[in-house]
Write a protein that binds this ligand. Structure first.
Ligand code: CMX
Length: 134
């Protein structure tokens, strides 16, 4: 696998509307999409910074991944997402190298991207997402 760029940085927030105000009002970015991803138990808001996006994540369920993260660690950077050509192949290659996989094959995430996660215990504490629009 060879990622082409950082597709997005996921940031866990308690209140999406308040966080959007900061990203728009202080950083001057534009929120171009708000989307609920039901199976991930999150509501998301997206901003573009060059080729990379910021994905704000508000939990819709305290037992969901972002709800549990905020309860344990508080607000902050939740995951790093690398753009790859083919998520299934990239997951397989990482698995063959002994990396713990949260997803064994690609599934659909926000913005209709194919996504798959590597476990933070295998990636030096950074929850790592691989994603592709193909
Ligand atoms: N970054 C780094 N470490 C994390 C983490 C994160 N985002 N989330 C959990 N962890 C750590 C915890 O701190 C904990 O570590 P310790 O054992 O040292 O305490 C360990 O992982 C287990 O955490 P947990 O709270 O018991 O949570 P689970 O094991 O139930 O789940 C994880 C952890 C990563 C497998 C789960 O959050 C997951 O499957 N994440 C992928 C999906 C996801 O995050 N979706 C939301 C974003 C969706 C989107 O982008 O659209």
């Amino acid at each position: 696998m060879k990622p082409t760029h950082i597709e997005h940085i996921g940031i866990a927030v308690k209140d999406l509307d308040e966080a959007i105000k900061y990203y728009e009002g202080v950083l001057g970015l534009e929120c171009y999409a708000v989307e609920e991803v039901k199976d991930q138990k999150v509501k998301t808001a997206f901003f573009k910074v060059g080729e990379t996006k910021i994905e704000l994540l508000e939990s819709t369920d305290p037992e969901g991944p972002v709800g549990k993260f905020i309860e344990k660690k508080g607000q902050g950077i939740h995951h790093l997402a690398f753009a790859v050509d083919n998520v299934d192949e990239a997951l397989q290659q990482a698995g063959e190298k002994g990396v713990g996989l949260i997803d064994k094959s690609a599934r659909k995430g926000a913005e209709g991207l194919n996504i798959g996660f590597l476990h933070p215990k295998s990636t030096f504490g950074v929850l790592t997402e691989l994603c592709s629009d193909k």
